[in-house]
Write a protein that binds this ligand. Sequence first.
Ligand code: HEC
Length: 99
Amino acid sequence: MPIVILRATLIGAMLTSPAFAEPKRPLIEQCAACHGEDGIARDTEVPHLAGQNEGYLYRQMMAFRSGKRLHKEMRYMAREMTPAEIAALAAYYAALPPR
Ligand code: HEC
């Protein structure tokens, strides 16, 4: 199966599966502005998220949220999110194919 179709199927399955705690759409769209629609950042100042370790992503967002890891934009973003939303986003980006 071509990778593009595989990916679309995977994302489709993830977004429709009730077992998968789907991150809120507008939230992902906000992330996409900096981290890319596919989790691959276009700006060299911004890290890629696609394919990154899920636990790592979760811990980084929680650290931004608590202010333990300092970054203005990310703290602002993370403060708006619940731990459940952060977990869903971590799973979502970890499942995307890395660059
Ligand atoms: C305004 C731009 C911007 C937006 C919007 C944004 N981020 Fe970020 N994000 C960044 C930057 C810049 C960094 C790097 C921070 C640093 O240098 O410490 C980062 C870092 C991260 C990291 C840590 C990555 C690593 O490798 O350590 C995660 C996870 C993350 N962002 C997730 C998200 C999620 C999820 C969203 C949406 C809810 C989001 N970000 C929205 C700019 C943004």
